[in-house]
Design a binder for this molecule. Sequence first.
Ligand code: GLU
Length: 485
Amino acid sequence: MAGTLRVRFAPSPTGYLHTGGARTALFNYLWAKGQGGVFILRVEDTDEERSTEESMRAILDGLQWLGIMWDEGPDPKQFGESIGPFPPYYQSMRRPLHQEYMKKLWDAGHVFYCPATAEEMTGPDGKKLTFSPYRDITREEQEKRLAAGEVMPVRFRCPRDVEVSWEDAVRGKVTFSSNEVGDFVLFKGNGQPLYNFVVVCDDIDMQITNVLRGEDHISNTPKQILLHEALGHTPPEFGHVPLIVGMDRQRLSKRHGATAVDAYEEQGVLPEAMVNFLALIGWAPGDDREKMTLEEMKQAFDPHRCTKAAGAFNPDKLKFFNELYIRELSPDALLERLRRFIPPVWLEHRGEDYAKHVFTLFQEKIAYLNEMEANAWYFFRDPVEADNNEKSVAKFLTENESAKQVLSEIAAGMEALGDGEWTEEKLAPIVDGFVESSGLGRGKVMQPWRVALTGDAISPGFYDLVVTLGKETVLRRVQPWIDRL
Ligand code: GLU
């Protein structure tokens, strides 16, 4: 369809999906989806030495986890296969097309085999020359050298003194002189095509209309524009989003925490929180909204609203979003999200309804899903000595004069309730009565109970704890303390 926005994310599979890459993918995805366009994923695996299958899989998995699904690209179900009208979407499999474009450039005289040695490409000042001393080499000379088996890279014969400029969707007008670009290499001597060449071939072939990518590619853009023109093609429109920096404004690195997206998945960040967080690094919808669904972001995304200044990765903000999104989950959804973060036996302990209820007690307390296990364990097994927080045990039980009375009198009251499910209504008169008769404050009464039941003095509300554990468990856990004190 004429006028359809076609954008792509083109990762090189040489590592994991990083936050910067994920954000670039997300921006392209949001933009395409908001405009009824097409989002394309192209794996740029031309560098055979550095590309790995493991990395490709990690990138595909990471994007799927985030919900950034591509319309055209690698088949997520069949590795190595492609879906879409311009297959394959793995660059390494597109050699014949790249050769075709090479032939076009050769026939039109835009490229030359360059016999220059490294020394010949170095100026008197020790700097690399931009233009090759062989750029006017005749075709006969090139053919003679090739026939003699000489190994030579192929260079683009870059026009001199030309202004190359474009209207960048993020940065406005950007201009380079072709004299800064020079005769760049398209194919290495060993025949391996290089990034700037293949990216142009593939962008043309896949009918890419707009390129939105990281600012680190800005100096590649004049090269790509010159190649598009040499191939008789109108270049796509370009936009360069600023890099992501840490809170100290330094380039994001391991020092700032995990840079790979899967580390956040493993920590128990919800993908919807991650996506919301990433979208707001270097972009804003232009109103006060911060918490946005993917749908809302699709409607609002516009690359012209990206900031020119680098966006900061603020871990507190990610935590804030994750808390918000965790709180919104229904009990069923919370359980589903938690499955991989909890011991499977928990769900068998007293069934899934019990587990679900327990998890809701902590829903407002955890920031990441991987915190549930360390919080909720005592709902699924009795504490043993090693679980106990020594300080809390000393303060509220062993070195607390009233502890024995607090535990035994209330336990007796509980026992007297007979059978039937406990509720706060049934238990409250027992506790209130004891608080009144003993003259002890509520804290002095509830903390020893907490420690006896959980090994520490931190837990959900007293009645939530006692009612959820239920009569049998509560009395079983408290009796040894009554005996011991
Ligand atoms: N493979 C390049 C990268 O990973 C793609 C850059 C582009 O979008 O053109 O940086």
